[in-house]
Design a protein around this ligand. Structure first.
Ligand SMILES: Nc1ncnc2c1ncn2[C@@H]1O[C@H](COP(=O)(O)OP(=O)(O)O)[C@@H](O)[C@H]1O
Ligand SMILES: [Mg+2]
Length: 373
């Protein structure tokens, strides 16, 4: 990599120099995994869940199997994603991988291998519809069988786990995972709090009380502050504290947006120059422009009353929503407002911390503030 690359990064998994803090969270993940617990982490998308867990796993040195459920639309795809993830975790040649599966699988599906442009293999299975249940069971049991016959404790990460509820697989997965005791550790990651809570905290749900929940917060301002300052300074640019404060007051420490603003701001500065008001303003405008389609789509997904409630919440700074004066201002009464607030919570647009409601996506809030209110 060249030395002129931007010290900030957003989009995929944050690693190495792009990774800021989360020291305590990483220690907790490692300790819980070592103790054989299954872990649940949920937070909005782009909050740094995947980056956090992958960093912890790299430090642990256990074999891990990483399955991203986003985009999976049926059980067969799920089986193949699982199978492919196991194959990749073996970290060996395609020949040895195939030989391994021929040895451990009782069923005899065809194993297919395709290669991408870089020559990395991707594995899948062919089997009949009738064999589906049996194949899922065998595939999911591979890490367990492996653990039984070795000292290794494999870790299975199920990312974007809320998607199982669309696939109707939760009962099946639960019954298999349950049998793996502390021989295999599972990490469940999810971006939809409402669905994850239903899956894990409802008495009648499949995964009730099967995990330790690990709450994660945004990254602290002090950590971001030195991270951002260092990024500019190491590359001969300069940013004053007042601008860092502006970034963090908008991003609220939300990892993706903090990096996004820092990245764009950094790139708007000539070499050896400093951030000023104009660059700050232009950067924020261009970030909003870029996210506008997404936010408008989110806005359009809300009912009229939910939109009103959201405006009210922003105006009231999330507190004392049911005060007469503020309800009058938005032409709402308490029963309509209550229903709208519930809807916004269920859609994961807002959440509550103590007595205060806040928007889960700080940039969406900033967008509404700047352009729609
Ligand atoms: N620990 C971190 N330090 C710095 N930036 C981070 C960190 N975690 C996440 N990010 C930023 O957030 C973005 C999204 O992270 P990701 O792990 O994909 O989130 P999630 O899995 O919650 O959707 C990354 O591309 C990066 O810009
Ligand atoms: Mg992720």
């Amino acid at each position: 990599m060249s030395s002129t690359k931007t010290p900030f990064y957003y989009g995929g998994v944050a690693e190495e120099n792009y990774f800021c803090n989360r020291v305590e969270e990483i220690e907790v993940v490692k300790k819980d995994i070592n103790n054989g617990l299954n872990i649940l982490i949920y937070a909005p998308r782009r909050f740094g869940k995947t980056s956090l867990v992958l960093k912890a796993l790299k430090e642990l040195n256990n074999r891990y199997i990483f399955i991203d459920l986003m985009g999976i639309t049926d059980e067969i795809e799920f089986i193949n994603a699982y199978f492919n993830a196991i194959s990749i975790s073996l970290e060996t040649t395609t020949e040895k991988t195939v030989r391994y599966f021929k040895k451990v699988l009782k069923i005899r599906p065809n194993i297919n291998i395709t290669f991408d442009m870089e020559g990395s293999p991707s594995y899948s299975l062919s089997f009949t519809k009738n064999e589906k249940g049996k194949v899922l069971e065998e595939i999911m049991n591979i890490p367990f069988e492996h653990a039984k016959h070795s000292k290794e404790k494999p870790i299975v990460v199920l990312d974007e786990f809320q998607e199982v509820s669309k696939l109707n697989l939760e009962e099946k997965l639960r019954s298999l995972i349950q049998l793996h005791g502390n021989k295999v550790s599972y990490i469940f990651l999810g971006s939809k709090k409402s669905i994850m809570q239903k899956l894990f905290f409802n008495k009648n749900s499949a995964f009730y009380k099967s995990v330790k929940h690990l709450p994660i917060k945004g990254i602290a301002s002090s950590e971001w502050s030195s991270f951002i300052k260092k990024g500019f300074k190491n590359n001969g640019k300069k940013i004053n504290d007042e601008f860092i404060k502006i970034i963090l007051s908008i991003s609220k420490g939300f990892p993706y947006y903090t990096q996004q603003i820092a990245y764009e701001l950094y790139n708007s500065c000539e070499p050896a120059s400093a951030v000023d008001d104009i660059k700050m303003k232009e950067t924020l405008r261009s970030v909003l422009d870029r996210e506008e389609d997404l936010f408008l789509q989110e806005w359009e997904n809300l009912s009229i009353n939910q939109r009103k409630a959201l405006k009210l919440i922003i105006t009231a700074n999330g507190e004392n929503l049911y005060e007469g004066k503020i309800m009058d201002q938005f032409n709402m009464n308490s029963s309509i407002l209550k229903k709208a607030v519930e809807g916004l919570v269920n859609k994961d647009v807002i959440d509550k911390s103590g007595k205060r409601y806040y928007m889960q996506d700080p940039m969406f809030e900033y967008y509404l503030h700047e352009r729609l209110l």
